[in-house]
Design a protein. Structure first.
Length: 120
C-alpha cells in the first residue's frame, strides 16, 4: 500500500474502507479497540453504560484524558521520542550558532523550505 486514493466510511460507520494505487481495498475498524462479533447482553449493557458515563462527564479534565488516550506500540513511541529529541537538539544547536556568530552571517531559512527534499 503505497498511496491511498480514497477513503469511505461504511453505511453503519463501523468500518473504514480505503483504496490504494495497488488496486486493493482495505477494510479497517473505525474504532480499533472495539470487539468484533456478537456480545452477550450483559457485555452490551456494560459498554453502553461506560459510553454513557464518558459522555456525561466528558467536560472533566480527568475523563477527557482517559477518552483521548490511545495505546501506541513501544517501537512507534520510542521512534517518535527519538525524532522529537533530534529535532529539538538541532534547533538548540542552530540557536547557539546564531547567538555566537556575527549578525547577518547566518541566514534564517523558513522551516517549510528546509524540509523539502525534492520537488517533482
Amino acid at each position: 500500500m503505497q498511496r491511498v486514493f480514497c477513503v469511505k466510511f461504511s453505511c453503519d460507520a463501523s468500518y473504514v474502507i480505503s483504496g490504494s494505487d495497488d488496486t486493493n481495498l482495505r477494510l479497517w475498524k473505525a474504532k480499533a479497540s472495539e470487539q468484533l462479533g456478537v456480545l452477550l447482553p450483559r457485555e452490551q449493557k456494560k459498554h453502553e453504560y461506560n459510553e454513557a458515563v464518558k459522555n456525561r462527564y466528558k467536560h472533566l479534565p480527568e475523563v477527557k484524558r482517559i477518552v483521548r488516550h490511545r495505546h501506541l506500540p513501544k517501537p512507534v513511541y520510542k521512534a517518535a521520542a527519538t525524532l522529537r529529541e533530534m529535532t529539538e537538539s538541532r534547533r538548540k544547536k542552530h540557536e547557539k550558532r546564531k547567538a555566537h556568530s556575527a549578525p547577518g552571517s547566518i541566514i534564517e531559512e523558513p522551516l517549510r523550505k528546509r524540509k523539502i527534499i525534492k520537488v517533482e
